[in-house]
Design a protein around this ligand. Structure first.
Ligand code: SF4
Ligand code: SF4
Ligand code: SF4
Length: 395
């Protein structure tokens, strides 16, 4: 066989989904739909979930995986019962729920109401054994408690998504790209009518390599991790602060400097998934979900409580789910502009040193050295530019 013949044969043998490559959002629905169960979702070398074919020659080239992939389209999938967006600020009536949750506890109240009516919830919870965030199907109040709070990791969706079905009502909460993939999957299966899909204003997901490096310090000290929270309530406001809880119930909060070893890289957009920089099509009201949630930042600084959330109602089904939960929430109608103020409206800008940082993450370099490197490069790369800009503005 000539080399061109063997190349052609290899290309023909490859699953169609291999063409997606680094554009992948990691939603996992290609693996859920493959009739041959050939696809598994694994972390790639940069620490992001993407599909890998376990036995490519068995691929029957049905292209079902591509047909549900959200990367193949320039826009989010449009739900059939789409309505002009309705904007609300809202928060739970229960202080305990507001304290334990992000964005006013709206997601928790929606989930509790949904399960009280006999439905099931699929959302991301932290798996302490694997040190990973994963989607699971939840139903009892104790299970729902595990889903509370902001979580700054990309989730592994298969443990939850593979248990969805077309005969039970499900409320699914995920990132906008995960929900877009799921919408396409449900439509293909004709299951859409049993589901309410909820996403949130998303600024991007960091590499799992950052998390694994960061969490090593805790795991070295104590092996038995039970839970992790990424936000803590300080003076009534949610602060980004990582708190580890051991199986003995003891909490270890990362100090300000150690916190910086995670949030310092995340907030500077140094370690986001490639798609978050170049391909995200889910900002503002662009969504395949029925409801979109987020923090609400009042335009009036005097009224900023730090506990209120925002809800964007995008479909009739979303509207009904919110109406059913109305008794649990204090809410107020807002304009779309009020709701979007303070949210990211464009994609994260890829820093010039992103490629170097990816290499560092793959290496054994400790995070404190990487932080020093970041501070120096910020000084050398960006400070002269900033100075020049200010001088020009003054002239
Ligand atoms: S083309 Fe069909 S058989 Fe091949 S990986 Fe995709 S879904 Fe599976
Ligand atoms: S369906 Fe989802 S996981 Fe699969 S290739 Fe597309 S974006 Fe990636
Ligand atoms: S920023 Fe966009 S691409 Fe990145 S995780 Fe969020 S929704 Fe997905």
């Amino acid at each position: 066989m000539t080399s061109s013949q063997s190349e052609r044969q290899q290309t023909e043998e490859r699953c169609a989904i291999a063409a997606i490559g680094r554009k992948c959002f990691g939603c996992g629905v290609c693996a859920c739909i493959c009739p041959r169960a050939l696809l598994s979702i694994r972390l790639n070398k940069d620490g992001f979930f993407m599909p890998r074919a376990t036995n490519e020659p068995q691929c029957i080239h049905c292209n079902l995986c591509l047909s549900v992939c959200p990367c193949t389209d320039d826009h989010p999938e449009t739900p059939e019962d789409r309505i002009p967006p309705e904007a609300w600020s809202a928060e739970s009536r229960r202080e305990s729920v507001r304290d334990a949750s992000a964005a006013g506890g709206i997601a928790r109240e929606l989930a509790e109401e949904w399960t009280a009516r006999g439905g099931k919830v699929c959302e991301a919870v932290f798996n302490p054994r694997e040190n990973v965030l994963e989607h699971l199907v939840l139903q009892t109040p104790e299970e729902l408690l595990r889903g509370c709070g902001a979580k700054y990791l990309q989730s592994y969706t298969l443990p939850g998504f593979s248990h969805l079905n077309g005969h039970e009502p499900f409320l699914v909460i995920g990132t906008p790209c995960q929900i877009d993939g799921l919408r396409r999957y449900l439509r293909k299966r004709h299951w859409e009518n049993h589901f309410v899909l909820v996403d949130f204003f998303c600024r991007g997901v960091p590499s799992m390599r950052l998390w694994l490096k960061f969490s090593r310090f805790y795991r070295k000290k104590r092996q038995s991790l039970q839970d992790v929270a990424w936000q803590e309530k300080t003076d009534g406001k949610n602060e980004d602060r990582i708190v580890f809880t051991g199986t003995d119930g003891r909490k270890t909060a990362a100090g300000t400097r150690r916190n910086e070893l995670f949030f310092g890289f995340y907030r500077d957009d140094l370690c986001l998934a490639p798609a978050c920089y170049d391909l995200c099509k889910y900002k503002a009201a662009a969504s395949a979900a029925d409801l979109r949630l987020g923090e609400f930042r009042s335009p009036d600084p005097q009224n900023r409580t730090g506990t209120s959330g925002s809800v964007l109602v995008l479909t009739e089904r979303g509207k009904l789910a919110l109406e059913n939960t109305a008794g649990r929430l204090k809410r107020k109608r807002r304009t779309l502009d009020e709701l979007l103020a303070g949210q990211m409206t464009g994609n994260a800008v890829r820093p010039r040193d992103n490629a170097v940082f990816r290499l560092f993450l793959r290496s054994a370099m400790p995070l404190n050295l990487m932080l020093k490197w970041k501070q120096w490069t910020r000084l050398l790369l960006y400070f002269p530019q900033e100075l020049l800009r200010r001088c020009r503005r003054r002239n």
